[in-house]
Design a protein around this ligand. Structure first.
Ligand SMILES: *Cc1c(COP(=O)(O)O)cnc(C)c1O
Length: 365
């Protein structure tokens, strides 16, 4: 007899969804060139502006977060342009990979995994590369659970250059404090499946006037992600191509919930779950991986000799609880427990019990 499995997701995207959002996903599909869709789409864009804390225009495309990242690269740069990537983990490395795929040779500076980016290093790099057009940063690098101080980093960029600042806030938006305009960010990227409490499939970019100036002259090849095309469709409250209509409906519901709780309420919720997880880890003698930890995710180091990958596979198979493994060099060595979106204390408790049970078995063996 097979036990009915739970479906608990402690993964940093996709995340579990509130019932209102799930219900929206099962509603009849609207045609995307209608008043009804236009109204819903406009609400999503307006609410996204509030979530970004910006007065800037917001564009939406049907894609995952990497699509949003690629769109920033192709819309801001031309062949031969200088760009700076400050990598604090796998997602920073992804920016560098996208730039290289388009034939650019970015300057890449990086930190040892677990450490946050430093303003002095940006200042130094910009002094050495004064022609830098765009600086690419992560707010939270989900591979390491590190938080970068975007306010501080953006100030260093502005003090040393005219470069446009692109921030990947895919895992942090609506979950961890982020203030686009106040902090001086030009382009902020995000996606639906993390702090925004929706299914995967929507990508968003908020774009400042300063960044639009670059967009007008950027010559890297592009078609699907050409921001100018999306911008022209905004007047009609449409997207140029068929959007993921069901996901837009679901995003509207999720944004209504976010606005009911309030952004600060959302940030506080995430911080409390992070605290709760750190307390659990300490009680169990487990170290936190990040030296500069974010609230959206806690990376917990496993004791020497524990095969984390096998343990997580067993927890998923036997109990239906998804917990993320470490990425690349951290595979099997850390577990990544997410706190954004609709993840609850009860979900965390279930994960803790499952982890404690396996760790006790390993230690007894
Ligand atoms: C999830 C994530 C992305 C995008 O990943 P997709 O799988 O393409 O949605 C980008 N950056 C960060 C920091 C992320 O956490």
């Amino acid at each position: 007899m097979t036990k009915t499995k739970q479906n608990i997701m402690l993964t940093p995207g996709p995340t579990p969804l509130p019932p209102e959002v799930l219900a929206a996903l099962s509603r009849p599909i609207l045609h995307h060139r209608t008043e009804a869709f236009g109204e819903m789409f406009q609400f999503v864009l307006d609410a996204m502006q509030r979530a970004y804390m910006t007065k800037n225009r917001v564009l939406m495309a049907s894609a995952s977060g990497t699509g949003a990242m690629e769109s920033a690269v192709v819309n801001l740069l031309s062949p031969g342009d200088e760009a700076l990537v400050y990598s604090t983990g796998a997602f920073g490395d992804r920016f560098a990979a996208i730039l290289k795929a388009y034939g650019l040779s970015p300057v890449v500076i990086s930190e040892e995994w677990g450490h946050a980016a430093k303003a002095e290093k940006i200042s130094d790099a910009l002094k050495r590369h004064p022609k830098t057009k765009v600086v690419f940063l992560q707010h939270t690098d989900t591979s390491t659970g590190v938080l970068n101080d975007i306010k501080d980093l953006a100030a260093a960029v502005h003090a040393n250059s005219q470069a446009v600042i692109v921030v990947d806030a895919v895992s942090s938006l609506a979950a961890e404090e982020f203030r686009m305009d106040e902090w001086g960010v030009d382009v902020t990227l995000t996606a639906s499946q993390k702090g925004l409490m929706n299914a995967p499939g929507l990508a968003f970019a908020a774009i400042s006037e300063r960044a639009w100036t670059l967009v007008q002259s950027a010559r890297l090849p592009k078609f699907y992600f050409d921001w100018k095309t999306y911008d022209r469709s905004l007047k009609a409250r449409e997207t140029p191509y068929t959007p993921a209509v069901a996901m837009v409906a679901a995003q509207a519901e999720a944004l209504k919930l976010i606005e009911k709780i309030g952004l600060e309420g959302m940030w506080k919720r995430t911080a409390e779950l992070a605290d709760y997880t750190r307390t659990w880890a300490r009680k169990n003698g487990l170290a936190i991986f990040a030296k500069d930890p974010a609230h959206i995710l806690t990376g917990v180091r496993l004791p020497e000799g524990v095969d984390g990958s096998a343990m997580l596979a067993e927890i998923l198979r036997e109990e239906g609880i998804s917990i993320a493994d470490g990425q690349l060099s951290l595979k099997g060595k850390i577990v990544r427990i997410a706190h954004m979106g609709y993840i609850s204390r009860a979900d965390l408790d279930a994960g803790f019990v499952a982890l404690e049970k396996r760790l006790a078995e390993v230690q007894a063996a």
